[in-house]
Design a protein around this ligand. Structure first.
Ligand code: NAI
Ligand code: MG
Length: 496
């Protein structure tokens, strides 16, 4: 497929659902618009699913799992298919990165990293497909007990808009490696790259029905997927509000659920930290991807000894962050994904101005006329009880909080309902590991923030969700355990 040229109305591309290996319209024929957040223009139209379309996708996935081709596909072949998909993604990386940047607003250089990670994710799980091992359990000698690992079944996968294709890969790759079939619902803001990827499914050897993609909105397409009796597991990444609803909805059919719900992650700076690296890391931790990052270091905890100087240095450096069109290579901060998110973040800017002091930013950039841009914003002297210190903003908004000593840093860091990630900056190795052990978070970085590797687990404590993605942990969530007992003793049981 060619790189979509989406500049002119006449070239606007229409995408349908991908169900059972075919491109299909919605039953009702409805389409919804997809935007370029830097221009506020519509760049594509995408078929809008309702419960009926979701049901068609689930039935295709069910059939491909129960009696279809996927159970006959060996682990080696599943791996090969994932390798081929990764290769296709690498060959088309420039097109995918451009489309991702255009649709999500993220800087092109970041989008290029994402697409590389997408391919790596499929490669990693392609390799892992042949390493699913069972156990021999140590029961007495007159029996043999085995634990077999089997795929959970049909996986419903609901993903967000901040890393569109990467979140699709994090969900699809481990599921397919495990032998599951999938119904993926991309975020309504950013379905395009996943749909482009679907155009290679047949060519790389994915049988019809193994991966189905239905686009649409949360209540009308996401919820029916969660309720569907033929879906065995839901994997969700998104807001805590919707995560809690999903747990309730899934209880009717007792589906397995895994959730990644973002957070309000502390980025902790001790006085002895490497100064340049620390200032850089504070900004990178919160402003990368416009702050639309589940693990954003949006609470910046700074030791009192360096606090004023640190806020000043952050502010000076933040002035140089290049805000601009996502497709320009110098851009370090693009627009927010969508009008709704822009309004949400803007309302937090007003809250912040009432709750704390503003060092820089606090509004839309005056020099840019259109697009959902928000200046990199730093609030300081923030109380940890403030809304901007407790609620996930998901925009380029930092809340800097002073602390006095290790114990207070740990107390403030853990004083949140969330627990996805945290980072600690110090040159004192004793202190670093004491703090690491005290933090209630699923991911803790030392002297860095945000690097993420497919080989290492990803997921949260507390209200940041449950379950882990990536690495062998990610595939584990798509596997059942079957205990097999084999009697080796030919005697009757002799009980009656
Ligand atoms: P959201 O949680 O509403 O959307 C995420 C996904 O869930 C989308 O695919 C959406 O269609 C789906 N969804 C929404 N309602 C649903 C429902 N009732 N049943 C099933 N699926 C449903 O997030 P939204 O509204 O786009 O963003 C709001 C806030 O959520 C952000 O400001 C941010 O704080 C947080 N968020 C966190 C993310 C993370 O990575 N943890 C990603 C996206 C948003
Ligand atoms: Mg929502």
């Amino acid at each position: 497929m060619q790189a979509p040229k989406l500049h002119r109305e006449s070239e606007m591309k229409r995408y349908r659902h991908y169900i059972n290996g075919k491109w299909v319209e919605s039953r009702g024929g409805a389409y919804f618009p997809v935007y370029d957040p830097s221009t506020e223009e519509i760049i594509a139209e995408v078929a809008e699913a309702d419960a009926h379309d979701v049901d068609a996708a689930v039935r295709a996935a069910r059939a491909a799992f129960d009696s279809g081709p996927w159970p006959q596909t060996t682990a080696q072949d599943r791996g090969r298919i994932l390798f081929k998909l990764a290769e296709k993604i690498r060959q088309n990386a420039a097109m995918l990165a451009e489309l991702e940047a255009r649709n999500s607003g993220k800087p092109i250089v970041e989008a290029e990293f994402d697409i590389g990670d997408v391919a790596t994710c499929f490669e990693y799980y392609g390799g892992l497909a042949t390493k699913i091992l069972g156990h021999v359990n140590p029961v007495p000698a007159n029996a043999l007990s085995l634990s077999l690992r089997e795929p959970v079944g049909v996986a419903g996968q609901i993903i967000p808009w901040n890393y569109p294709l990467l979140m699709a890969a994090w969900k699809l790759a481990p599921a397919l490696a495990a032998g599951c079939t999938c119904v993926l619902k991309p975020a309504e803001q950013t379905p395009l790259t996943a749909l482009e990827m679907a155009s290679w499914f047949e060519e790389v050897g994915l049988p019809p029905g193994v991966v189905n993609i239905v686009s649409g909105f949360g209540e009308t397409a996401g919820a029916p997927l969660v309720h569907h009796a033929d879906v065995d597991k839901i994997a969700f990444t998104g807001s805590a509000v919707v995560g809690k609803m999903i747990v309730k909805m899934a209880s009717d059919t007792l589906k397995r659920v895994t959730l990644e719900l973002g957070g309000k992650s502390p980025n902790i700076f001790f006085a002895e930290a490497d100064w340049e690296a620390a200032v850089d890391g504070a900004l990178f931790g919160v402003f990368i991807n416009q702050g639309e990052v589940c693990s954003a270091g949006s609470r910046i905890l700074v030791e009192k000894k360096i606090y004023s100087r640190f806020v000043e240095a952050m502010t000076e450096k933040a002035k140089r962050i290049r805000l601009g069109p996502p497709l320009e290579r110098e851009t370090k901060l693009g627009p927010l994904v969508r009008k709704g998110q822009y309004e949400r973040v803007s309302s937090y800017l007003e809250v912040g101005k009432r709750e704390a002091k503003l060092a820089i930013g606090g509004s839309r950039p005056k020099q840019i006329g259109r697009g959902y841009y928000v200046e990199p914003t730093i609030f300081y002297d923030v109380q940890n009880s403030a809304r901007i210190a407790r609620e996930e903003i998901f925009g380029p908004v930092a809340a800097v909080i002073p602390f006095d000593g290790e114990a207070e840093a740990i107390r403030i860091a853990n004083d949140t309902p969330y627990g996805l990630a945290a980072a600690v900056w110090t040159r004192d190795i004793y202190k670093a590991f004491r703090v690491v052990k005290s933090l209630r978070a699923g991911i803790v970085w030392v002297n860095h923030m945000q690097p993420t590797y497919v080989e290492a687990p990803w997921g949260g404590y507390k209200q940041s969700g449950f379950g882990r993605e990536l690495g062998p942990w990610g595939m584990e969530e798509y596997l059942e355990t079957k205990q097999v007992f084999v009697n080796l003793d030919e005697q009757p049981i002799g009980w009656y």
